[in-house]
Design a protein around this ligand. Structure first.
Ligand SMILES: Nc1nc2c(c(=O)[nH]1)N[C@H]1C(S)=C(S)[C@@H](COP(=O)(O)OP(=O)(O)OC[C@H]3O[C@@H](n4cnc5c(=O)[nH]c(N)nc54)[C@H](O)[C@@H]3O)O[C@H]1N2
Ligand SMILES: Nc1nc2c(c(=O)[nH]1)N[C@H]1C(S)=C(S)[C@@H](COP(=O)(O)OP(=O)(O)OC[C@H]3O[C@@H](n4cnc5c(=O)[nH]c(N)nc54)[C@H](O)[C@@H]3O)O[C@H]1N2
Ligand SMILES: [Mo]
Length: 841
């Protein structure tokens, strides 16, 4: 069906669920599971129809039908319910024997002991209290980074933080792995974080842009998911783009990614040496300046500081003019190509779509600052279809925002106060009154204690450098003294850099508790593991789109809770009960259960749109909505379809200034200059990364990039049959250039050993022309599966990556700055154990 017809037809689609109209009462809906039929639900990877036969999940597929590209990710719900599950509460043997001296070095090696749920709850509550008594707030870390599951109610991270706040506070994480460098530098330059913000609408790009410059992004892979749920408009947009014959598409990427392959024969592919983009952009800027082809009017009206940047660009300060020829030597792209590229951009309406990987590299602040500078010189920021966007590859940026209701999420609350008997009495903003938690007035005289924050990816540093001071975006912070880690909804033993170092850091902590659905590497490295339900074993509700807010989707429970799996909400509710009197009252907002929350979120959203009859009509009363099991679709407005990022600023920079100190685009930043950092200075600059192909005395010979996997969401889905589509010799696939492979005697399908001074892994070779010489591609997210010597048998790239900061400014992670060696593996091939249960006592 064509999209328009499909949307029109939506209202008349038959009920998907076999829940018939006769048992539509809310209370029935609570308990009745569909035994045979289809149920609508949602995951990050899309709105899905799940097929059930005799009470078992047998199939699933995307509910959204408008892109021709069929998103493969939604097809594996059965495996997500039945494979690699944690079945029962488990405690590591040495921890159970003596929690005060729990032999942390045995994490990942010890046997596991099954305990009763009640005992596990008591144990965690007691040990948490002990840590707080010994170390205070700074002793407790509640893992924040994590893609958990979709659903506004069963948000594991929010419940964990709410519990940790109300029960006494914890160390928080600042920024995230995805975009730390971007999130910190761009507010200094463009006045806003940009990376998680709406983009100039897809339709304006299709109408107006002549050149689409996709710089280090792989939207055909990364648009398969969204943080709420995926409405797949982004995939649809790139399909439409491909059909338009009048566009010039240019991709700057050392790898011919899925997007490169999608546009094969259509797009021009430019392949800089990894991590040298800033140099290449400096060469482009130099050319524009010298040939006076830059937009002087734009620079004068909308920016500040070009004059202070020019001495560097022209080489007056360091005797190195940043000519295209200079750039060519660093980035490996001919000067002629560099000049032509930037000329094409100034001569045509050009939209630059920047991905995030280049800022997940050493000095990752610089390419972002420089690309904003370049876009300013091109002068099209704020024009329809021109300028720069940092989120076209993510969460359907550019899919216009709909007019409708927006569901709220779980409030993380604030730090709790306790009386002398240890009973919970309230917070700084609410308190217990007659057995109820009433928000409004806080506990008399109680001030919210200040917790600690660490940049998300500095977790290993924090554990290894307790009490040390460090710089972060102009502030001095101190690493806390963490002794208790609780993670719910993330997989740090896959996602963190330099896992061998991380393992050492992890061993310095007394207690580690993990809520998990599966026996992930992180669960295996814990002391206490709670078995968690998948979204298919609980009821929930979500929106789709992230920026578009396009749908409200009911997420009905599909199957029984498996084994002893519990909802995170249940676990934290029970921990509250075990921790302190009355804590549970505040935690559950005076006793709300799963359904009360779903209803509450839905009805509050519905109340928002009471005044707009055409939208209100779409939102039936909750019981009807729930019984129908259909999504609600909101429509974009004329204005949102015509929305231009930075359009208002361009119209009137005085009335609509940017959020920078000058209100203008800051090519030179006084604020950053005043921080006095040696690794991020007052304007964009080329800094050599710690490891890269152009360095002298390379510690290893090839640059490994670890992009986001096209057939997974990070580590999620790794255990499903999707793996058959990509695994090579039962390992993670590593792309290697055909010439490089030939020189090394590696053939397609061989098992290779990939190694450097930090560690070693096995992977399966994919010999291909779709990658630059001396570059290898090994996606993040493969489950870490170490043997006795630490060799990862599955192929997790983070055994090899570097655990350093982008710079003192943002302290972002740098996984894409990594040199490795690759050779054919000659040893005895070890058995893969990644998806198996650990040893039980
Ligand atoms: N080398 C390298 N490393 C990287 C990156 C890279 O580019 N290269 N990218 C980084 C980036 S940007 C990110 S965002 C991170 C991603 O890192 P993570 O967000 O940690 O990755 P996920 O695999 O999505 O982990 C989510 C975990 O939550 C669990 N889970 C799902 N639902 C629930 C639930 O309801 N309750 C509980 N308790 N658990 C649940 C899943 O089973 C899974 O183990 O990785 C980072 N690491
Ligand atoms: N299917 C799927 N989609 C996802 C995710 C997932 O795990 N699976 N994860 C989501 C999350 S949390 C995030 S943060 C985003 C990540 O979004 P991004 O960070 O944009 O994605 P990556 O795949 O890391 O990198 C995109 C492209 O950048 C290229 N690249 C790497 N280094 C360089 C460089 O130095 N220069 C240039 N020019 N190019 C370079 C890579 O080859 C790759 O093709 O994706 C989101 N979408
Ligand atoms: Mo991310």
């Amino acid at each position: 069906m064509k999209r328009r017809n499909f949307l029109k037809g939506m209202a008349s689609l038959p009920l998907l669920s076999s829940v018939s109209a006769t048992n539509l009462l809310a209370d029935n809906a609570k308990t009745t599971l569909v035994k045979n039929g289809k149920v609508l639900t949602a995951a990050h990877w899309g709105i899905m129809d799940v097929e059930i036969k005799d009470g078992k999940v047998v199939g699933s597929k995307s509910h959204i039908q408008y892109p021709e590209f069929v998103n493969p990710l939604p097809q594996n719900t059965a495996d997500m319910v039945y494979k690699s599950r944690v079945k029962y509460p488990m405690v590591r043997k040495s921890y159970l024997e003596n929690p005060d001296s729990p032999k942390p070095e045995l994490r990942g090696k010890d046997e596991w002991v099954r305990v009763s749920y009640e005992d596990a709850i008591k144990l965690v509550a007691r040990e948490l209290k002990k840590t707080r008594a010994q170390k205070g707030i700074k002793g407790v870390f509640a893992g924040a980074e994590g893609w958990r599951s979709t659903g506004n109610v069963h948000n594991s991270t929010s419940w964990l933080h709410r519990f940790m706040n109300l029960s006494g506070g914890f160390v928080k994480s600042l920024e995230d792995y995805s975009t730390a460098a971007g999130q910190v530098i761009l507010p200094h330059v463009l006045g806003s974080i940009e990376v998680y913000e709406q983009q100039t609408s897809h339709s304006l790009v299709l109408e107006n842009s002549k050149v689409i410059l996709i710089w280090g992004a792989d939207p055909l892979a990364t648009l398969r998911v969204a943080f709420s749920s995926n409405e797949e408009r982004g995939l649809k947009f790139f399909e439409d783009l491909k059909k338009q014959k009048d566009k010039k598409i240019i991709i700057v990427d050392p790898i011919k990614s899925y997007t490169g392959q999608f546009f094969d024969g259509i797009a021009e592919w430019i392949t800089p040496i990894p991590n040298t983009d800033t140099a290449m952009m400096l060469g482009m800027a130099y050319h524009l300046y010298k040939t006076e082809k830059y937009d002087k009017e734009f620079i004068k009206t909308y920016t500040t500081g070009l004059d202070k940047f020019l001495p560097y660009l022209l080489g007056e300060t360091d005797k190195t003019p940043k000519t295209p020829e200079w750039a060519a030597k660093i980035c490996g792209i001919e000067a002629k190509v560099i000049k032509e590229l930037v000329e094409v951009c100034v001569q045509n309406r050009t939209m630059i779509m920047a991905g995030w990987a280049m800022q997940r590299a050493h000095h990752g602040e610089q390419p972002y600052w420089m690309i904003a500078t370049l876009a300013s010189m091109i002068g099209q920021i704020g024009l329809p279809g021109g300028g720069i966007g940092f989120s076209y590859h993510y969460a359907n940026g550019g899919s216009p925002t709909c007019k409708g209701a927006v569901l709220q999420g779980v409030n993380r609350a604030s730090v709790g106060a306790f009386n002398d008997s240890g009973d919970f009495i309230g917070t700084a903003t609410g308190r217990m009154e007659n057995g109820k938690f009433v928000v409004g007035q806080g506990v008399d005289g109680f001030k919210e204690p200040q917790g600690y924050g660490i940049p998300t990816s500095r977790i290993a540093d924090a554990l290894l450098k307790r009490g040390e001071k460090f710089q972060h975006n102009g502030k001095e912070l101190t690493y806390p003294d963490i002794d208790f880690i609780y993670w719910a909804g993330g997989n740090p033993f896959v996602h963190h850099q330099d896992l061998n170092l991380f393992k050492k850091a992890w061993q310095s902590v007394r207690t580690v508790v993990i809520n998990e659905q599966y026996w992930t590497p992180t669960a295996k490295m814990a002391d206490i593991v709670f078995p968690i339900t998948t979204p298919y074993e609980r009821n929930d509700i979500t929106m789709s789109g992230d920026y578009s807010n396009m749908h409200i989707v009911p997420m009905k429970q599909i199957v029984e809770k498996q084994f002893e799996a519990k909802d995170d909400y249940q676990i934290f509710t029970d921990l509250c009960k075990a921790y302190a009197k009355d804590l549970v009252v505040a935690f559950t907002d005076n006793g709300k259960d799963e359904f009360d929350w779903i209803r509450y979120f839905y009805e509050s959203a519905r109340a928002q749109v009471k005044e707009s009859p055409e939208i209100y009509e779409l939102m039936k009363p909750f019981d009807e909505f729930w019984a129908e099991n259909k999504l609600i679709e909101f429509a974009p407005t004329m204005e949102s379809k015509e929305w231009v990022r930075h359009g208002e600023f361009r119209e009137d920079p005085i009335l609509n200034p940017l959020g920078t100190p000058s209100g203008l685009i800051e090519i030179y930043s006084e604020t950053i200059a005043n921080m006095g950092y040696d690794d991020c200075k007052a304007h964009p600059m080329w800094f050599e990364p710690v490891e890269w192909l152009g360095m002298r005395d390379k510690p290893a010979s090839m640059h490994m990039l670890s992009p986001h996997p096209e057939y997974r969401l990070h580590s999620q889905l790794n255990q499903t049959s999707l793996r058959d589509k990509y695994a090579v010799a039962n390992r993670e696939p590593i792309w290697i250039n055909s010439e490089d492979a030939k020189e090394k005697g590696i053939k397609d399908g061989d098992i290779v050993r990939v190694f450097n001074a930090r560690g070693e892994i096995l992977a399966g070779a994919v010999v291909t022309q779709n990658i630059s010489r001396n570059v290898v591609r090994l996606c993040e997210g493969g489950w870490y599966d170490p043997d006795e010597n630490g060799l990862c048998k599955n192929g997790c790239p983070n055994v090899l990556t570097i655990d350093l900061s982008t710079s003192k400014l943002a302290n972002g992670p740098i996984p894409d700055t990594t040199l490795v060696n690759v050779e054919k593996f000659k040893g005895k091939i070890p058995e893969l154990t990644a998806f198996k249960e650990p040893k039980f006592a």
